[in-house]
Design a protein around this ligand. Sequence first.
Ligand SMILES: Cc1cc2nc3c(=O)[nH]c(=O)nc-3n(C[C@H](O)[C@H](O)[C@H](O)COP(=O)(O)OP(=O)(O)OC[C@H]3O[C@@H](n4cnc5c(N)ncnc54)[C@H](O)[C@@H]3O)c2cc1C
Length: 162
Amino acid sequence: MNGLTRRERLIEDENIINMILEKSKVLHLGLVDGDEPYVVPMNYGHVFENGKLTLWLHGAKTGRKLDVMRKNPKVFISMECDIVPFEGDVACKYGISYYSLMAKGTAVIVEDVEEKKQALSALMKTQTKKDFEFNDRLTEVVSIIRIDVKEYTAKFRPAPQK
Ligand SMILES: Cc1cc2nc3c(=O)[nH]c(=O)nc-3n(C[C@H](O)[C@H](O)[C@H](O)COP(=O)(O)OP(=O)(O)OC[C@H]3O[C@@H](n4cnc5c(N)ncnc54)[C@H](O)[C@@H]3O)c2cc1C
């Protein structure tokens, strides 16, 4: 895979990819606003089955990210977990171990009430590991964005062996 250094490992095991999705909690949503990049940190919910990844985001019903994705729905996301700094005997041997995932996809602003409920339940499941149900009124006050992921890559950067 392009972009891997010799210290990093490509992750293809779907159990480990699920672990990254469950633990990261926050993703960085990259958008293209005209000719400028725009990146927004957000919580998310996910479903990852048979290699197909869908993410849902929730937020206010107005704002820059919504304006941007209405014009250009192409997005790129990154997330990371298990971030552990390690030390070395010289500066260049210090570092950080991590798991990370990056993906490109398309943003869809969800209007269907049943899908909005499903999205909010997925978001709460990812964030809290608990099951929540939502009524119609709660879906009216938020916007829901679905990210249909087209391609993803995941990496593990282990700490050096002592
Ligand atoms: C850890 C974390 C988790 C978050 N989770 C969510 C979430 O689940 N849902 C959600 O809607 N929002 C979340 N936020 C807030 C989110 O990052 C945005 O601030 C918010 O969604 C508004 O985005 P917008 O594009 O509509 O901004 P607007 O309100 O339209 O922003 C206008 C301008 O304000 C500045 N700005 C916007 N957001 C930020 C920011 N976070 N930090 C610094 N400057 C900013 C930018 O310069 C932007 O151009 C989270 C933030 C953090 C740090």
